[in-house]
Write a protein that binds this ligand. Structure first.
Ligand code: SF4
Length: 521
């Protein structure tokens, strides 16, 4: 978005003005020193590039190179606020970031550092209390106490399934194998989802700290991060964070002088959606073709290199230091009883404020779309929201007051998934939406089992002919029958969930399918 050029221009102008431009955190800033730093994603994608001015907390949006001189002269030197560059909504000018409705209604715990600290500096992470949770886990807690705290907090996997992380860790700890692994799934493949990317780019140490605590609790000494090759910045920041942690004695042999040793490796995935599935992911790390296998055995018993493996996603690990630092009781004070904590969502589609948000579990769709998202773009009417990516479902106006948590969504035949929210207005054709997601899933089917390989192909053909106006009497019933068979017989989650967008759009928008077939619209 041009942010890097803006950074360079500001640095040049500040130095020209005779001020000391400090781009790294130092211990003793003095008068005439202006700190200038690159932060991770602020989440307000629609409004970038953004500049936040401290200590006032001013947020300037949609900055251009030509604005830099005025920012230096009026704000940095004279301390004035420039109204022209501030965010405006419905005629109100919002000076400070925290006052903007998009931010004010969020609870940013996992994303608290994204957009605040320089993610390439371990000093900044340490200055926020970073690695305190690791120190506490190392010197004040036994492995059982760590697992009990995570279990008591009821941390549920943020990758989609919502399986309790503490139970998974306890199962791995119970295994007698000498070698165990901690694996982080950073393969985020859902269209429209970029929560994990933001954490890896904006706060990589938080995730590493969570993985190390998992290793300490389960008796693992090796960790692997499986990250999409399409995320080069995430890869380079993770590499840098690993190097810095090693230099500080926080990673490697005898961490902080203890007898705990832990190493972390990065594996880049080649962009196969199916590699987000646990057994396909571990196969890919082993250098094999990324294909799911029959379970059992489960990953906790026979995972990476056939050894017991804890597999969680980026956001799940990023929650861990918070729980260890603040306690399970504090964690459970946020969210709902059965889904404590927060969830990050990528808000995209026909909405005013697209971006990355974090809300307590149990927040309703209406609050997310209208209060945080600012409502539909251009005053159009809300029609539907696709939640959980291609494995999720399409919800309609009837579901607007549905709380976003694992169990409420399951009851509505949808799922949180990794957290993609694609909002659609009344100009959207829902049959076309179903065709889009089926095309995606069909392309990503690994082809190992017949129901998914052949069934999704047949479903896609039917959807294509309906969209083209060549639908036949009985096509809707045939789609539902195929959906039923595929979800009952496919080998892995990708196939089992492949038909959800079709089933949910038929359930909520059947008249659109009928209009295509019978009225040839
Ligand atoms: Fe592969 Fe689909 Fe079968 Fe999963 S369900 S193993 S993605 S063919």
């Amino acid at each position: 978005g041009g942010a890097l050029e803006i950074f360079d221009r500001l640095s040049e102008l500040i130095s020209k003005r005779g001020l000391n431009c400090q781009v790294e955190l130092k211990n003793e800033p003095h008068d005439n020193t202006i700190g200038l730093k690159k932060s991770g994603c602020h989440g307000f994608c629609e409004m970038g590039p953004l500049i936040r001015i401290e200590p006032e907390g001013y947020l300037y949006t949609k900055i251009k190179l030509g604005d830099c001189e005025e920012i230096v002269e009026r704000t940095i030197v004279a301390g004035e606020h420039i109204e022209r560059l501030a965010y405006k909504q419905n005629g109100t000018v919002y000076k400070k970031q925290d006052e903007i409705p998009f931010y004010k209604r969020q609870t940013r715990l996992v994303l608290e550092h994204c957009g605040q600290i320089d993610s390439t500096s371990i000093n900044e992470y340490l200055a926020t209390g970073g690695y305190y949770a690791l120190e506490k886990a190392l010197f004040e807690m036994s492995s059982d106490e760590i697992i009990n705290e995570i279990t008591e907090a009821n941390l549920r996997g943020r990758g989609g399934g919502g399986f309790p992380a503490g139970r998974k860790w306890a199962q791995v700890k119970r295994q007698s194998a000498k070698q165990k692994y901690v694996v982080c799934n950073g393969d985020e493949g859902d269209p429209g989802a970029f929560m994990d990317r933001s954490i890896m780019e904006g706060d990589p140490h938080r995730m590493l700290e969570g993985m190390m605590i998992a290793g300490l609790a389960c008796g693992a000494s090796e960790g692997y991060i499986y990250v999409r090759a399409e995320y080069p910045m995430a890869v380079s920041r993770l590499k840098k964070a690993i190097e810095q942690a090693k230099e500080c004695g926080l990673l490697g042999e005898n961490i902080l002088g203890s007898d705990f040793s832990f190493n972390i490796h990065i594996n880049r995935g080649a962009g196969a959606f199916v590699c987000g599935e646990g057994s396909a992911l571990t196969a890919s790390i082993e250098g094999k073709r990324g294909m799911p296998r029959v379970k059992p055995p489960r990953t906790v018993e026979h995972g990476l290199f056939d050894m017991p493996t804890v597999l969680n996603n980026v956001e799940t690990y990023a929650n861990v230091p918070l729980i260890i630092k603040n306690g399970a009781g504090w964690y459970k004070s946020v969210g709902t009883e059965k889904s404590p904590g927060t969830k990050a969502f990528a808000l995209t589609g026909n909405i005013e404020n697209t971006g990355l948000i974090e809300v307590p579990m149990g927040t309703t769709l209406r609050e997310v779309i209208f209060d945080i998202g600012g409502g539909m773009r251009g005053g159009a009417d809300f029609k539907a929201v696709q939640i959980g990516g291609p494995s999720g479902g399409c919800l309609s106006t009837e579901n607007l007051d549905l709380p976003l948590d694992f169990d409420s969504l399951k009851k509505a035949d949808a799922m949180i998934g990794s957290g993609g929210l694609v909002v659609m207005d009344n100009n959207t054709c829902m049959v076309e939406v179903a065709r889009f997601f089926m095309n995606f899933t069909q392309n990503e089917s690994c082809g190992k089992c017949v129901p998914c390989r052949e069934g999704t192909k047949r479903m896609l053909e039917i959807l294509e002919r309906i969209v083209e106006g060549n639908g036949r009497d009985g096509d809707i019933e045939l789609l539902l029958e195929l959906a039923d068979t595929i979800s009952a017989t496919a080998l892995c989650g990708l196939g089992k969930a492949a038909a959800y967008p079709v089933v949910s759009t038929i359930k909520n928008f059947r008249e659109e399918y009928e209009a295509h077939i019978y009225d040839k619209k």
